[in-house]
Design a protein around this ligand. Structure first.
Ligand SMILES: C[C@](O)(CO)[C@H](O)COP(=O)(O)OP(=O)(O)OC[C@H]1O[C@@H](n2ccc(N)nc2=O)[C@H](O)[C@@H]1O
Ligand SMILES: Nc1ncnc2c1ncn2[C@@H]1O[C@H](COP(=O)(O)OP(=O)(O)OP(=O)(O)O)[C@@H](O)[C@H]1O
Length: 285
């Protein structure tokens, strides 16, 4: 049996750092929305062969560190019994370390796919709990609904931001999340907002507290933000390196995309409040 499922990107439409936990992790307030663009994972049951293996290893990521295998193993441990073998092939489209949550999304898709194929019957809260052990962004991908995130992003309240179109640009640099969170100059004391539906539709109030530090350290990001800002508000997602601009229609987004400076990669995609993963799983039922 074979199952092919999407692992979509996320955007942090805004990202406020509101404090720091005793363990050093930063407390955030963020608005997550999914994009109808991402990786694609194909799961094939191999009952004759025990174990989980990757059919397409990822350059630069040893298999044992790959969040896909780590998610599968965490699920096996939770099940506490021998499960049919599975081979996982990956069509990797999301840039790594881009702030689009690619690795976390791959992990969430793996948790949901194997829960289905292995007939484990675990609910989304349980899967999100397992996912949180793999990364702070995994729970939102497991739940599959646009959401306000608090804590490190694991306390989620469903949200309904406008489903606009985005130009996403990937400046030519790699940003390590841990490095940004350890920068001295990072804003860490943004006052907590009372999370209100009025805030989610008001894009003029969206801000990313990592942006100033990232602009200073990575001139490529600064230049891309300056360029995209000519056409409307442009923001960093996560700790970067990707940035996004919001447009009301696909054609408006494509016109800007076509005129981007040479040497910048990226894509055009629609913001969606139901994850394409959950849409596909519902269609399978
Ligand atoms: C920036 C976001 O993408 C926003 O959605 C996420 O908070 C990042 O979450 P993530 O990718 O799971 O982050 P990780 O790769 O686990 O974090 C790497 C490092 O960044 C720091 N880190 C991360 C998240 C957080 N809320 N506070 C932190 O201080 C920690 O030192 C951690 O060891
Ligand atoms: N399946 C995977 N896909 C991508 N990266 C992975 C995967 N498994 C492990 N990694 C590791 O995780 C790191 C971060 O990758 P990812 O693409 O999730 O970053 P990101 O988009 O910045 O995520 P976030 O927004 O959650 O910080 C990579 O540099 C890589 O070493």
């Amino acid at each position: 049996m074979t199952l092919t499922l999407p692992a979509p990107a996320k955007l942090n439409l805004f990202l406020h750092i509101v404090g720091r936990r005793p363990d050093g992790y930063h407390e955030l307030q963020t608005l997550f929305q999914f994009l109808d663009y991402g990786d694609e994972l194909t799961f094939t049951l191999t009952p004759g062969h025990a174990g989980v293996r990757l059919a397409t290893p990822m350059p630069g990521v040893p298999d044992d560190d790959n969040l896909i295998l780590r998610a599968a193993r965490a699920l096996e441990t939770r099940a506490g019994r021998r499960l049919p073998g599975v081979t996982i092939a990956i069509d990797k489209r999301l840039p790594m370390g881009g702030g689009l949550g690619g690795g976390s999304s791959d992990a969430a898709t793996t948790l949901l796919a194997l829960n289905h194929l292995w007939h484990l019957g675990l609910d989304l809260d349980t899967l999100a709990g397992i996912g949180l052990g793999l990364g702070a962004d995994v729970p939102v991908f497991v739940h599959g609904q646009a959401a306000f995130g608090e804590g490190v992003g694991e306390r989620l309240t469903p949200a309904h931001p406008p489903e606009d179109w985005f130009v996403v640009l990937k400046p030519d640099c790699h940003i390590n999340t841990g490095k940004i969170f350890s920068e001295e100059g990072l804003t860490r004391d943004t006052p907590k907002i009372k999370i209100a539906p009025a805030f989610e539709g008001d894009a003029s109030r969206y801000r990313n507290d990592c942006e100033d530090v990232v602009r200073k350290l990575y001139p490529e990001v600064n230049q891309s933000l300056e360029w995209l800002s000519q056409f409307g508000p442009a923001r960093l997602t996560g700790t970067g390196a990707c940035i996004f601009g919001r447009f009301p229609t696909e054609s408006a987004a494509r016109i800007i995309w076509e005129s981007k400076p040479s040497g910048i990669t990226g894509f055009v995609a629609k913001g969606v409040n139901l994850s394409p993963l959950h849409k596909k799983l519902t269609e399978l039922e």
